[in-house]
Design a protein. Structure first.
Length: 92
């Protein structure tokens, strides 16, 4: 699976890589090399990050699904209870 990012995001990522090299490394990196490095990271490490994101979403969704029964639960056989309550209220 290839991870694609929008053109604008790619430009910003390349600029960020160039800045990182300029401020933290002993040598600069050019635009083409930064683009190649970004491509490498997207292909090599991107799927790991993507898969972790999917796993995190699955975990959250499963937690929400486990709560659905609490949120939408309705007690069965309640028809007669409302009449019993009304009768008790009249008896007082």
């Amino acid at each position: 699976m290839t991870i694609e990012i929008p053109k604008d995001a790619r430009k910003e990522a390349i600029a960020s890589i160039e800045r990182y090299f300029q401020e933290n490394m002993e040598e600069k990196i050019g635009n083409i090399a930064a683009g190649a490095l970004l491509g490498f990271f997207l292909e090599e490490i991107g799927p790991l990050v993507y898969n972790q994101g999917v796993a995190d979403v699955q975990e959250r969704l499963q937690a929400r699904i486990m709560e659905v029964d609490i949120e939408v639960h309705e007690d069965p056989f309640t028809y007669w209870r409302k009449y019993e309550r009304a009768a008790k209220g009249r008896a007082k």
